[in-house]
Design a binder for this molecule. Structure first.
Ligand code: SF4
Ligand code: SF4
Length: 83
């Protein structure tokens, strides 16, 4: 299981979640419109979810249906980087 960043982060991207993540698994390029969580490294600690000002972060099993595509969007960012 993992945590997933979803649509409300787009163009907000304030980095609050990055500051609290104990394993530094949240990232994104300057050109990306949102940040992403690495599902391979997330330790499900819940910290990012509690601090996000726009409630963009969900536990994967609690994702609303309209945000299901963001599971792949988050995962693909890190697979792209590993290239
Ligand atoms: S705290 Fe929320 S809005 Fe800010 S970068 Fe993280 S997911 Fe995006
Ligand atoms: S749940 Fe914890 S480990 Fe996973 S991304 Fe959020 S702060 Fe990082």
């Amino acid at each position: 299981m993992t945590y997933v960043i979803t649509e409300p982060c787009i163009d907000v991207k304030d980095g609050t979640c990055v500051d609290v993540c104990p394993v530094d698994c949240i990232a994104g390029e300057d050109t990306d419109r949102q940040l992403f969580i690495d599902p391979e490294r997330c330790v499900d600690c819940d910290l990012c979810l509690t601090v996000c000002p726009v409630d963009a972060i969900y536990r994967e099993e609690h994702l609303p249906a309209q945000y299901l595509p963001f599971v792949a969007i988050n995962r693909d960012y890190f697979q792209r980087k590993e290239g």
